[in-house]
Design a protein around this ligand. Structure first.
Ligand code: ADP
Ligand code: MG
Length: 520
């Protein structure tokens, strides 16, 4: 047991914790990254979500820390509050037999409370960049003993416009620190960041195709935008997922799909960056606990969240960026379990689907939309299964026995069972739902054009404009405002009063590299 972890020369306290956590052997990225990081080298790790990156840097971080020194020794930068909390929790689990603590620090949380937590002298801070800057400026976190900086989900942090903060933070930590950079994608901006701050980094790259995709049954259905919603409901009825995530391309989409599903009686909630933090937290909690079984999300809101037991992923819209497809679909089929991913493709976007296939080096199988009678059949099958399960479990059937016997004396048994199945069969709910049509993806990436139009026809982009463009409309705006209230908003007031919910894109494209993913 844990032989493979032992081979990585990990100390007994950590091994014991890993054992408690149920880790048996290192994941591929852990196998490769841990020795490199423990040897003190800078490194870049590229792997999709769910591949165990937290332990890949968490273990070397714990090995590197001097537990007798109660100054901050490791900084982990994280794009969102949820991830900061998740990462700090995972590190604390690994550190449970050591006297080392990790503390999450993020925008939106009462700063006084953070001051109090900091008095407990955590050696690891897992922080969103904006709030960490606040603490740096207030001198409530000292950087002079920092030996290691981890940039987790670096592409996401750049997409959210944290580049200036990251630069400032990295410039403020001691020269001889080690930097570990993790990113799902490697756009030019990440390469630049690495060139500036990493010393002869080792590149460790796990191709998406090598990861979990084999356990996921993937297919697509060609459908017009206005037919997507009914199709979605049919599939949900037929496939009866334990837990499903539905991805929409915009915040408006997520809101409308969620409302529509609720109208039709599904237990669904949505998450995207415009929702308040407590709301997002509570939705994610309900989904984890199974109080709701359908989560509707934008790419960014769902990125990195570790939720087990997701059986189905539905791509209501294709993602803007082919790599996001891999992340979305990777939400299912985790921990060796199988999953199903269904993607809706409008005819005009079929080229985008091919781009995804090329990226994955794998075909996505085409299916027909199920007909209404197929749906009814599927529903009936589910009803029959429920009936059989009830008979087999025998649970409290005694109480119904007398009525059953009485019914059977003067009625046909087949007619009776048919009626029971009919009553148990959920017939499609056709409550009218209106979903606003979404413009199809164009062949070229055209984020800047869109944004400039919304911002009053400004069409003159210089490279630094792209950053500010992107940060106004994207996910994390909520955190950002919290994060940056003091330091940023004064410096850079919002230029417009346009409502930021509606159909602002919440994608995770990298706006600083304008290499088109899709050929014209
Ligand atoms: P990533 O950061 O790459 O998205 P995480 O670090 O969040 O991935 O890990 C995903 C899930 O896999 C977590 O629940 C984590 O506890 C679990 N995990 C990580 N490493 C292992 C391992 N070696 N064995 C079993 N489970 C693991
Ligand atoms: Mg992670």
């Amino acid at each position: 047991m844990l032989e493979n972890f032992k081979n990585l020369q990990i100390n007994d306290a950590i091994l014991k914790a890993l054992n408690d956590m149920g880790f048996e052997e290192p994941t591929p990225i852990q196998k490769e990254a841990i020795p490199v990081a423990m040897a003190g080298q800078d490194m870049i790790g590229q792997a999709q979500t769910g591949t165990g990156k937290t332990a890949a840097f968490g273990i070397p971080a714990l090995e590197k820390i001097d537990p007798d020194n109660h100054e901050v020794q490791v900084l982990v930068l994280s794009p969102t509050r949820e991830l900061a909390i998740q990462v700090a929790e995972e590190i604390n689990k690994m550190a449970q037999y050591m006297s080392i603590q990790a503390l999450p620090i993020y925008g939106g949380q009462d700063i006084q409370r953070q001051f109090r937590s900091l008095k407990k002298k955590p050696q690891i801070i897992v922080a969103t960049p904006g709030r960490l800057m606040d603490h740096m400026n207030r001198k409530s976190i000292q950087f002079d003993q920092v030996k290691m900086v981890v940039l987790d989900e670096a592409d996401e942090m750049l997409n959210m416009g944290f580049i200036d903060d990251i630069n400032t933070i990295l410039a403020a930590v001691p020269e001889e620190r080690q930097v570990l950079l993790f990113s799902a994608t490697m756009p030019k901006a990440i390469q630049n960041l690495a060139e500036t701050y990493l010393k002869e980094p080792q590149l460790i790259r796990m191709k998406p195709t090598q990861v979990t995709m084999d356990l996921i049954e993937q297919y697509y259905i060609e459908v017009q935008d206005r037919q997507k919603f009914d199709l979605l409901c049919r599939l949900l009825d037929m496939q009866d997922p334990d837990l499903a995530i539905i991805f929409g391309r915009t915040k408006r989409r997520v809101d409308e799909i969620t409302e529509g599903l609720k109208k039709r009686g599904y237990m669904a909630e949505g998450i995207h960056g415009d929702l308040s933090q407590p709301k997002r937290d509570s939705v994610i909690r309900q989904f984890r606990e199974g109080t709701i079984d359908i989560l509707v999300a934008t790419d960014v809101a769902a990125r990195g969240l570790d939720i087990s037991g997701v059986t189905h992923v539905y791509n209501y819209d294709l993602p803007q960026d082919p790599e996001s497809y891999v992340h979305r679909v990777g939400r299912t089929g985790r921990a060796g379990r199988t999953g199903k991913a269904t993607t809706f493709v409008i005819p005009r976007e079929i080229e985008h689907l091919h781009a995804i296939e090329r990226l994955m080096k794998r075909k996505i199988e085409r299916r027909k939309a199920p007909s209404l009678s197929e749906v009814l059949e599927g529903q009936q099958r589910i009803a029959v299964q429920k009936l059989i399960a009830a008979v087999e479990s025998g649970d409290r059937l005694e109480t119904y026995r007398a009525s059953a016997e009485e019914l059977l004396t003067d009625m046909d048994s087949v007619a009776l069972v048919s009626a029971a199945i009919k009553l148990l069969t959920k017939e499609p709910d056709m409550t009218p739902v209106k979903i606003t049509e979404e413009a199809p993806l164009r062949v070229r990436r055209r984020r800047s054009g869109r944004d400039s139009r919304r911002e009053g026809g400004r069409r003159n982009y210089r490279s630094h404009r792209r950053h500010s463009d992107s940060r106004d409309s994207r996910e994390g705006q909520g955190h950002r405002r919290d994060d940056r209230r003091r330091s940023d908003d004064r410096r850079r007031p919002r230029r417009d009063n346009r409502p930021r919910n509606e159909h602002s894109y919440e994608d995770n494209q990298n706006t600083s590299s304008f290499k088109p993913y899709f050929k014209a």
